[in-house]
Design a protein around this ligand. Sequence first.
Ligand SMILES: Nc1nc2c(ncn2[C@@H]2O[C@H](COP(=O)(O)OP(=O)(O)O)[C@@H](O)[C@H]2O)c(=O)[nH]1
Ligand SMILES: [Mg+2]
Length: 291
Amino acid sequence: MLGFIKKSLAKTAEAIKTVAPKRKVSFTKDELEDILLEADVEYDLVEIILNEMYQSKITRDILRSKLLATLAYTTYKEPEFTKPFVELIVGVNGAGKTTTISKLAQRYKNEGKKVLLGAGDTFRAAAIEQLTQWSQKLDIPIVSSKQGHDSSAVAYDAIDSAKSKGFDNVIIDTAGRLHTQTNLANELKKINRICDKAHSGAPHRTILVIDGTQGNSAIAQAKAFNEMIGIDGIIITKLDGTAKGGSIFSIAYALELPILFVGTGEQPENLTPFDKYEFVDGLLDILFEEE
Ligand SMILES: Nc1nc2c(ncn2[C@@H]2O[C@H](COP(=O)(O)OP(=O)(O)O)[C@@H](O)[C@H]2O)c(=O)[nH]1
Ligand SMILES: [Mg+2]
């Protein structure tokens, strides 16, 4: 393993160094409180973690088991693969949806799958152009329409076309913002319904894309999307550009949803399956002396 997750914790490591400059064998609870808060673990969760520790000296093993416990929900059961496997990608503007779709598409293509993209963010012309550019660059076909057209019609056409042409995967982009939140909720619900109409059971997976640089403020946003349409898993982007790596614990804990991948850069290959052990051990390596 090349340790992409560990590498993308570099900024979080810098932040932690400001409160814990030296690596040690153990820390006091007070020291750990500062460290976890500095890494942007949410206050409530920091308290939960610390309250469950009865020792005065917190060693690597103790902290490791507590941090892993907060990520218990990140264990994910793959849904059964049906053809075409339809994924709906949701999240606010700028979170990284369109970029993440191209990364997922590239990944599936590398696995030998036939992938079709659906440019379902019809609210912004730039979003359609952006996905079209990725489709050309990656040589992956796309179904799109003009700005302002019905996004669920794009979803329907993409799925219908995938069925008749034997595609394995369909990945559908969606708008992150409409004129009002109610409009967005209605649009996403409609896309959901139309997907199922086009192919029973679709979408097979609805993925929420979260901007990792937002840290804990993403939690409320994620809850809103979860209420709107129901989320199966999360992808956290821009882990490479944030000192808020610790917010991953709070996000996973608060939402009780699995983290499927993390984005570690802007290129199609910068998508890494989330491995909670690699993530936690990467963080512990910042703090603790080697044994
Ligand atoms: N550094 C970094 N930038 C990213 C990552 N994912 C997306 N971006 C950038 O974030 C910006 C917004 O992404 P975009 O896909 O257009 O977001 P959307 O509005 O949700 O579709 C773009 O400039 C992307 O290049 C990532 O994992 N790391
Ligand atoms: Mg977009």
